[in-house]
Design a protein around this ligand. Sequence first.
Ligand code: APR
Ligand code: ZN
Ligand code: ZN
Length: 362
Amino acid sequence: MAQEVRGVIAPGKDEPVRIETIVVPDPGPGEAVVRVQACGVCHTDLHYKQGGISDDFPFLLGHEAAGVVESVGAGVTDVAPGDFVILNWRAVCGKCRACLRGRPWYCFDTHNAEQKMTLAATGQELSPALGIGAFAEKTLVAAGQCTKVDPAVAPQVAGLLGCGVMAGIGAALNTGQVGRGDTVAVIGCGGVGDAAIAGSYLAGAAKVIAVDIDDRKLETARTMGATHTVNSRETDPVEAIRELTGGFGADVVIEAVGRPETYRQAFYARDLAGTVVLVGVPTPEMKLELPLLDVFGRGGALKSSWYGDCLPSRDFPMLIDLHLQGRLDLGKFVTETIRLDEVETAFARMHSGDVLRSVVVL
Ligand code: APR
Ligand code: ZN
Ligand code: ZN
């Protein structure tokens, strides 16, 4: 039987979000219905609301979520009712060239649930944000979007791995391959940069240099594991990073802003043969000009990181275990827990600079 639950809808471009009754169908083949327990408020939800991602209104917002599987459809064997899971953006095929080469984050054939959730009042189909739609008491997803983790973790902490925190930690661990003794610089210390700092600390980096234009962000960065901080409004970050690394530059520089000037800083702040990881998302019109001779002469690797290059089934349980063991404090990323009807005000607070993550707890 389809069920009616409450969910946060973005009805149209730039219109305030509102709570509506939505209809969640029974899971079809390969699908699961999840009782959402927590869902973080991410910039991407705001971009959906502003019409910056697609015109497919109305959206069911929320995509950084954890909860308990309520029911599964035919053929689902990897998860079962009662499992505590973290949701990810899309199920991968496991068969395409990208999947077979161990890079499922570039899978050519990803999918979400086939059936649609609808607005109870009008029957209109909903577009779930990033194929999830978890600012709702229950949501319908592809079973492959669910990853089982240890249920001892608080749901508001677990959900964070579904997006921004995984992107940052993965940029350090998976894309940057930060190793013990490395020097790392992270440019931009929002939620993603802070997670990259936490990931670098976890990997045993000898120095983790945090760069931002806001001193408050640098203070938080220290609590995440930054050993040094640079305010790039006051100090040239390239010079500062070189100075802090014996004149060489950092082994790995992670750019978590998404702008040409910060990418340029990252490029020149790395050691010869070092790695630059771009995790900040640029806009389509942004361009970067670099002397090709510098690209050639400095060697190393220029990488970008997509969803932290994560394998959910490998990385989610591992990071939750590390958190439960006290070796990685994911709880630091949760600034506040809020109710479903406070999402709009959480959007407003997001830009104040005081909030890393507001997390809806259901
Ligand atoms: N130099 C250094 N830091 C900067 C600069 C700059 N020129 N401009 C902005 N910042 C800092 C901000 O002060 C802030 O602390 O970058 C940080 C950006 O943080 P958020 O806006 O909270 O963004 P976040 O969620 O961390 O995401 C960062 O990664 O995944 C992507 O789409 C995401 O592009 C975004 C980026
Ligand atoms: Zn694939
Ligand atoms: Zn997100």
